[in-house]
Structures are given as C-alpha cells and as structure tokens.
Ligand binder design. Structure first.
Ligand SMILES: Cc1cc2nc3c(=O)[nH]c(=O)nc-3n(C[C@H](O)[C@H](O)[C@H](O)COP(=O)(O)OP(=O)(O)OC[C@H]3O[C@@H](n4cnc5c(N)ncnc54)[C@H](O)[C@@H]3O)c2cc1C
Length: 467
C-alpha cells in the first residue's frame, strides 16, 4: 500500500495495529467459504472514532474496506475480494454488560457469542440465537449475517433480538439507531436494515440486545426412521399438534453413516433419516410435550426413539448432530456448505430434488439442517484440485438454488449471500427488488468502498464460479 496512506493511517492508530507484512495479511485472506484474496493492509481498530477516521480516509483515496469478525462466514462475507483494507473487528471486545433490570445486553462487536450466552444465563436470562459457530464467531458477524441455528424455529433469529445499534456509516459518520426500548416505531427501522446487510451498509461498533427469561426446563429426544418420507410426516404432525419445539434438527443417511464412521456410537446406518427434537418451558409442559413428540414418531414407524433422562444423556443425543461437520469433512478436503431454505411443508420435495441432483452430478452431497424451519444445509464434499468435479459442483449448486426458489424458498436461510450466491440474487428478488436494494447501497455508500463485491453480482457474473 502507498507509503502516504500508511503514514496517514499511523496518524489515526498506533503502528502495531497496522499489519502490513505478507504473513499477517495472509491470515486475513480467507474465511470458512471458498477462495483467497490478499488484502493490502489489515487494521485493528479499538474505538468508534478510529473507525470513523479510517472510513473518511478510505473515501478520500477510494480504498475498499472489509469489516471482519472471526471469518467463519460460509458465503464469503469478509473476503477482501478487491484488495484494500481489512478492518479486524474481533479486537473490539471490551464491553459485555448485562442489564438485568431491563432484560438487555450491551455489547462490543468483537464479543464472542457464547460469552453472551454464558453471562446472560448466569443471571437467569437467555440470549436464544445460537449458530453452531457460537464459540468462535463474534456478535458483530452474527448481526451482519442475521445468524441463527437450531433455536430459530421457536425463538427467531438474531434480528429479533437487536433493538439498538451504534454504527459508523461508510462515509465516516457515527450514528445510533433504535435504542433500549423494546417498542420503537420512530421513522424507518434502520436497525433492521443494517442487521443482515453483510457489512455493506455500516460498521457496527456497539449493539443493544434483547434478552428473555431462561426457560426453566428442557427435554430432548432422538428418533431414527427407515424411510426419509416418514420423518417428514412426523415433523409435520409435531408442528401441527400445537407443540413448538425449541429445536427440530435432521440428518440424512449419508450424515448418519459419516458420523457413525467418524465416531461409532451405535447409530443405525440403515436409517434414511435421524431427527433430534428439544422442547423447553415449564417442567410439566415439557414432560408432556416430549411424550407427545415420541408418540408421533412411533406412529410414523420410527425405528427407534430415545428420550434423554438427564443432562449427560441429552449431550449424548446432541453429539450425533455436533459431529456432522467434523465427520463429513473427512469425506473430502473441500466442503461447500449451502443453506437453501424452503417452506417447511416442502422439505420432502426439496430432499427429493437433492437426491436427484446428487445422482445426476455423481457428487458426495449430504444433507442436514434445521428441519423445523425449512432451513436445510446441503453440503458437497469435494476436492478443489479436481477441476472436472468442481465444474459439476458449480452446476449442482445452481440447481440447488433453482430447486429452492421453485418451491417458494430462498437462496439463504442463515449464511447470507456474500460472493457465492450473488449471481442468483435477481432470480429471487426480481429486477426491481435488486434495483431498490442497490439504490439503498448507493445512498449510504456513494464511493462503494464498504465491502464491495458482496451481495450484488459483478458484471458478467451469472453463476457460481469455483474453478
Ligand atoms: C462450523 C460452522 C458452523 C456454522 N453454523 C452456523 C449456524 O448454525 N447458523 C448460522 O447462521 N451461521 C453459521 N455459520 C456461519 C457463520 O459462523 C456466521 O455467519 C457468523 O455470524 C459469522 O460471524 P463472524 O464473526 O465469523 O463474522 P465474519 O465471517 O468475519 O463476517 C461475516 C459478515 O459480517 C461482516 N461483519 C463482521 N463484523 C462486522 C462489524 N462489526 N460491522 C460490520 N460488518 C461486520 C463481514 O463483513 C461479513 O460480511 C457457521 C460457520 C461455521 C464455520
């Protein structure tokens, strides 16, 4: 990077927080998705004022700026695709205040999500959004991706818990949105606009989160099914029965086999589907509800139903689901994780599409996900050095998106659009939808310096390109 710009940067922040050597920059060149892009410089701001000055500088010299939390994004969100400056937000982590009286948490963007869970629970409160990456990902990243996880079914996603923000706009102004009140209808809801905007509209420097009382009890069960279609019927019946589980997760046969191979625990490898159901609430209600869920699974020809009787047994049941990521990673060095989401009633149709895509392209395609809210994670395990196979993967991914949209679903339930899904945006939003979103982006970021190359496709980009 130009010596003059570095000189100006060092007037904003101390030199040791301006990383210029290749080894440092390389460690900021990737996320948990695909592709590597070397930034010209990495900065580690520690205050809102520093970020404001950095963005003003970036506007003066038209330098692309990429906010980054823990880089666990599965869609390319923090990748510095056009070079420029990475803003390492993981270092801004000093504030984690639990306001018990108002049921709020006030946090810095670099705070790890699991630390919010722990601090809230210590005082009998609860922050429900729980991405599987919660032990490493930052609350800033969760906010900008509108992350969720198994509890989305009952408790909603990150956006349902953010009531106020402090942000720096792309042109360097410091602004507050929302506040500490749960109700707030003053003007446009800029908080909601920024949450889920994938770091393209503002840099979040503080968030006010809504907490709820911690549910006093929970119960967990696992059911396995010989036929996938039966698990689908059981899920639909449970959701129609008036019970709203706090989690309803599924794994297909390929996941079951991968997990059993990775860490044998007696899972039935002949089962086409496995579901895990958790209910929470009042202890008496929880007992009754888990019993009803188990009954319904039996009525739909479950091979086996296990209800956990204590915390240790509960952890054992969840172990199968937790093992999916490491287990399937053994099936190939390159993992492409998708999160096409369909209306819940369309899960069996989507599973059938995925089976056909797997056969048509002869790929290692496995499926797990949050069945209760229609959010499936088809994962393709491959090897990026195998160019011929990667071409098939590109086509298969395109068909997965087409199938989800044709069933009335969406390109992304929780991982965001990033770089990978940008070419398909218009197919979901239509021409006008994309134009309106681009107008918002242009109004906020006239010089297009904040996280360019994300959400909106680049000219000529009309499919996922992995080769
Ligand atoms: C094993 C694994 C499991 C996962 N499970 C889930 C899951 O269950 N549910 C789910 O939703 N996701 C999941 N994810 C995806 C990922 O963890 C989430 O998207 C997470 O929210 C990203 O947080 P992060 O701190 O890593 O952010 P990053 O990946 O660093 O950034 C994500 C986006 O946020 C922007 N950003 C980050 N901080 C700021 C800030 N302060 N201001 C402005 N923009 C910012 C970045 O520019 C980028 O666009 C998983 C990922 C992995 C690797």
């Amino acid at each position: 990077m130009d010596a003059k710009i570095i000189e100006e940067l060092s007037r904003i922040m101390s030199k040791e927080r301006i990383l210029q050597n290749v080894a440092d920059r390389y460690s900021y060149s990737f996320d948990a998705s695909f592709g590597e892009y070397l930034p010209d410089v990495v900065v580690q701001p520690q205050s809102t004022e520093e970020i404001s000055q950095l963005l003003q500088l970036a506007n003066r010299y038209k330098i692309p700026v990429y906010p980054r939390g823990a880089a666990t994004s599965l869609s390319g969100g923090p990748l510095p695709v056009q070079g420029g400056m990475v803003l390492d937000m993981s270092q801004m982590k000093e504030k984690l205040i639990i306001d018990k009286e108002n049921l709020l948490a006030i946090v810095s963007p670099g705070v790890i999500t699991a630390d919010i869970h722990q601090k809230a629970e210590e005082v009998g409160l609860y922050y429900p959004p729980d991405p599987s990456s919660s032990h490493v990902s930052t609350i800033g990243g969760n906010l900008l991706e509108n992350s969720s996880g198994p509890k989305g079914l009952k408790y909603g996603t990150t956006k349902d818990y953010v009531i106020g923000l402090e942000v720096v706009t792309p042109t360097g102004e410091i602004m507050r949105t929302g506040g500490k009140t749960v109700k707030n209808v003053t003007g446009y809801d800029l908080t909601r606009l920024i949450v889920g905007s994938e770091g393209t509209l503002a840099v979040v420097t503080e968030a006010i989160l809504k907490l709820i009382p911690k549910p006093p009890a929970r119960k967990t069960m696992m059911a396995t099914f010989k036929r996938l279609v039966d698990s689908g019927y059981a899920i639909t019946r449970i959701l129609q029965s008036g019970i709203l589980p706090s989690a309803l997760e599924m794994m297909d046969q390929y996941c079951i086999q991968a997990v059993e191979h990775y860490r044998p625990s007696g899972l039935p490898v002949e089962a086409e589907a496995l579901i895990i159901i958790e209910v929470d609430g009042h202890p008496k209600a929880v007992e009754e509800e888990i019993h009803t869920c188990a009954e319904i699974c039996h009525q739909h020809d479950a091979l086996e139903v296990k209800v956990a009787n204590n915390e240790e047994e509960r952890q054992t049941l969840w172990q199968a689901r937790r093992m999916v990521s490491p287990a399937i990673s053994k099936l190939g060095p390159t993992k492409i994780s998708e999160d096409a989401t369909v209306p819940r009633s369309k899960i069996p149709d989507m599973m059938e599409h995925l089976r056909k895509i797997r056969e048509k392209y002869q790929l290692n395609l496995v499926v797990f996900g949050h069945a209760g809210d229609g959010n499936l994670h088809p994962n393709i395990l491959t090897d990026k050095r195998n160019k011929e196979e990667m071409k098939r993967v590109e086509d298969a991914i395109g068909e997965i998106f087409e199938a989800a949209l044709a069933l009335g679903g969406t390109l992304s339930g929780e991982h965001g659009i990033g770089t990978l899904k940008a070419p398909y945006l218009k197919r979901e939003l239509g021409e006008t939808g994309v134009i309106m979103m681009k107008k918002i982006k242009e109004a906020w970021d006239p010089n297009h310096i904040l996280n360019p190359g994300k959400i909106f496709p680049q000219p000529g980009q009309n499919k996922v390109v992995l080769t």
